[in-house]
Design a protein around this ligand. Sequence first.
Ligand code: ADP
Ligand code: MG
Length: 447
Amino acid sequence: EWINVKQEMRGAVGESKFTNWIEPLVFETLRDGVLTCSVPTLFIGNYVNQNYADQIVYLLARAGQEVERLSFVVRNDETAGPQQQKQQPAAPAAAGARRGVAESARLEERYTFDTFVVGKPNALAHAAARRVAEGGPVAYNPLFLYGGNGLGKTHLMHAIAHDMRQNRPELDVLYLSADQFMYRFVTALRERKMMDFKHFFRSVDVLMVDDVQFIAGKDSTQEEFFHTFNALADAGKQIVISADCAPGEIRDLENRISSRLASGLVVDLHPTDYELRLGILQSKVEQYRSQHPELVVADGVLEFLAHRISNNVRVLEGSLTRLFAFASLVGKEINLELTQDCLADILRASDRKITIDEIQRKVSEHYNIRLSDLIGPRRMRSYARPRQIAMWLSKQLTNRSLPEIGKRFGGRDHTTIMHGVRKIDELRQTDSAISEDLEMLRRTLEQ
Ligand code: ADP
Ligand code: MG
């Protein structure tokens, strides 16, 4: 059966893909609906799992074999089938018998470099990601990407993985989110499989961990992550990390870890600007139109959206998706009127966006001090405390980064802002007058 399925796959995927991906699969076992194949590298297993698993399962079913899913093990070099003796460019001498089950987190197909729109706010991050995908210099290791929600961190990480899988297929690329890392760690502990866990993570060539802030404060996971990180870094393997803020700003992350994370290249994705938002909208409309040529978008609609909708690209995309759905439903062109009707809630929410200016104004009114004193250099408690409160509110209620907030507070350093935010965090636990003030200010600002 397996041989037949392989031959059918040859017809389905074409000769070159067949040689690369399907031919190396060797049937091992079929048990409880799980068909296990051995593969020469983890990477091939990953790739097949993501791209061909459904098709293979389908063909097997048609041949009368009930298979629920595929599983892959890496075979030892000596047991590699004779057909594997191709001129593999000196396969990286794997440490002993490398065995592991291929399971990188699923990559979103759309998240490639091709679909990533580059503008001023993300140009550096994009360039760094490109270099790393090509095999960047040591100075780029680890690459640490950070920025607010929906600014493209995950997109760039997936793009790196896609690019490496295509152009440097000899590498084992493992992408996963920090909570998946934690989940696997906890499972390994419970099932007493720590050796497997360590072996698995230490045998990859490239490790990418998304949203690393999630393991901060989780002591044993943090510890294990640190060891994994060090083992790979010491072996010269590329590491890519993302977080919602800079390494030193991640709360409850040990210093030795954050300084290690910051030891390579740290780049941030800035909040989008008008130009970038417009570029992204245009690109998404183009992509959609290539499938749905009947779509008509009136002049000015995209400009309107780029002006009115917030930083977060996810919200921007959501708005377009809704517009497309609506337009196809009622068979109309997308004009300004339709846009305003259809997106009324999103537009309203974006309008409510709180700015640092507003926060500073409200705080100075509340404490009855001048705006210039709130922002200025004077250190008296009667200015310093409200200033810290305004910093805290800016951190909480806007998606500005600490350096940006610093700029708006008379060009202060981000560490000063961080100190202010921490101070208020402490005080609000113990000082009820402050915590009530904070609540009140927050409520009035959010109205
Ligand atoms: P993050 O991980 O930083 O929260 P994501 O990478 O998930 O953000 O991005 C959110 C959405 O916005 C995704 O669908 C992504 O494709 C899209 N996106 C973000 N930045 C860009 C960009 N520069 N070009 C195209 N799409 C983008
Ligand atoms: Mg993300």
